[in-house]
Ligand binder design. Structure first.
Ligand code: NDP
Ligand code: HSE
Length: 433
């Protein structure tokens, strides 16, 4: 039965996602009210520029530039933080929870650093703190991990969680264009930020995998715990040679639990072309999960953008409203009840693709193979590619080895006079030996 008593929302930030949230609530308002049994109403919007809000059809009186107008309004049930960044978002989110409000956010920067403090505050106050849109935009992943997959011991979470870098790598691979050219295009299409550092250096993906790893492995993983490499060193040659070897190149966010220890990292990786993540292209995201009972599951969709992200935010608002109605707010609390060691990168094991420029003369290959052998790096294949002056380019692919052994070998190789350059080293994931 439809109640006329509305669920009142205080929205903070009316940018890309905030304005999307207003649009969903206005356009689908009647439908949402039928599903929820009560309408959603945006009571206040914290925004410095009122025209952003009035342009969407809300009255100017709704707009405020003072957080207190939201925090102290007894009618506001749910505060939705879509300003981004750490401060003042952290202070406002904590203030809203302490004032007895439920909170919804899409802010991965905030959760990946201060998730524990915020979740503990929500728990203390018996309030909800939902953040589905913080990872994978419109793709349902946080609630499925916390609820539908909760009975499983999760072994692996691996995904493509940054749309901008996936777009760049897809275009470079398909069209043979350079990194710089495609980055420029991604900016002009509005995918990459005007300062795309956090996307291309892998920081955005690192924040997202920190959030997923914390939930999947019941332990607190923060942004600084994640080993990160971005895509800025990738060249069209790597993509071309990878294709010849049967690989696609992706910026992967990986979290694995082995023997009670966590391996959590973001870096470019080759994966076999028949791997489910290899066909995730353009700005799409996908997250692959392996659980001990469910087996393999993959979530796929639009990982960013106004409409998909707003879809996830409003889904959270509706779930919080249902909890309020049933008197069960604060039901889903922090699940980080264990402490697990995070492995340093030199302890992980992987296969590696190594692209080297070597003097083009007899005996050189044997010397390099000898160094790898002495450091216990076993080679699976070697291919000679182009030549440049006195140098030939060689691509080595190793068997599964310890990262530390590989780095030791590369340190020695980098100092040899027969070596022109170590052009690139890329991990190979997702295939059996
Ligand atoms: P925008 O920069 O487009 O929007 C942020 C809005 O908040 C702007 O209108 C900004 O105003 C306003 N704002 C910032 N600080 C204040 C403040 N102190 N007081 C009042 N208003 C303020 O960001 P997005 O909408 O893209 O992102 C919002 C959140 O959603 C971020 O946490 C982001 O990481 C997350 N997210 C975004 C996705 C996307 O596709 N865009 C996808 C998934 C998550 P002004 O411009 O005047 O500073
Ligand atoms: N910049 C992010 C991306 C979107 O390219 O995926 C926000 O999560």
């Amino acid at each position: 039965m439809l109640s006329s008593e509305a669920v009142k929302i205080g929205l903070m930030g009316c940018g890309t996602v905030g304005s999307g949230v207003i649009k969903v609530i206005l356009e689908n308002g009647e439908y949402i009210a039928q599903r929820l049994g009560r309408p959603l109403v945006i009571k206040r919007v914290l925004e410095l520029d009122p025209t952003k809000v009035t342009a969407l059809g809300l009255a100017e009186s709704v707009v405020t530039n003072d957080f207190n107008d939201i925090q102290t309004d007894p009618e506001i049930d749910i505060v939705v933080e879509l300003m981004g960044g750490i401060e003042p978002a952290r202070t406002f989110v904590l203030g809203a929870l302490r004032a007895g409000k439920n909170v919804v956010t899409a802010n991965k920067d905030l959760i990946a650093l201060h998730g524990r403090e915020i979740l503990e505050t929500a728990q203390e106050m018996g309030r909800d703190f939902y953040f589905e849109a913080s990872v994978g935009g419109g793709i349902p992943i946080i609630i499925p991990l916390k609820q539908s997959l909760a009975a499983n011991k999760i072994q692996v979470v691996m995904g493509i969680v940054n749309g901008t870098t996936n777009y760049i790598l897809t275009k470079m691979a398909r069209e043979g264009r350079t990194y710089a050219e495609v980055l420029q295009e991604a900016k002009s299409l509005g995918y990459a930020e005007s300062d795309p550092t956090s996307d291309v250096e892998g920081y955005d993906a690192a924040r997202k995998i920190a959030i997923l790893a914390s939930i999947a492995f019941n332990t607190r993983v923060t942004f600084p715990d994640v080993y990160v490499e971005g895509i800025t060193r990738i060249s069209t040659l790597d993509l071309e040679y990878g294709k010849e070897l049967g690989y696609a190149l992706k910026l992967l966010a990986i979290a694995k639990e082995e023997a009670g220890e966590i391996d959590v990292r973001v870096h470019p990786a080759f994966i076999p072309v028949n791997h489910p993540l290899a066909s995730v292209n353009d700005v799409f995201n996908a997250i692959f999960i392996r659980g001990d009972f469910v087996g393999d599951v993959m979530h796929y969709g639009r990982g960013a953008g106004q409409r998909p992200t707003a879809s996830a935010v409003v889904g959270d608002i509706m779930e919080v409203a249902r909890n309020m109605q049933s008197g069960s707010s604060g039901r889903i609390s922090c699940t980080c009840f264990e402490q697990k060691r995070i492995k340093p990168i030199n302890e992980i094991e992987s296969r590696y693709y190594i692209r080297l420029m070597l003097k083009d003369r007899p005996g050189v290959l044997a010397s390099i193979a000898g160094v790898f052998g002495n450091q216990e790096v076993s080679l699976a294949s070697v291919i000679q590619k182009r030549t440049e002056g006195d140098f030939a380019e060689l691509v080595f692919v190793t068997h599964r080895v310890k990262e530390g052994s590989l780095q030791d070998a590369l340190k020695i190789i980098g100092g040899m006079s027969i070596v022109g350059a170590i052009n690139n080293v890329i991990r190979v994931e997702g295939e059996a030996e």
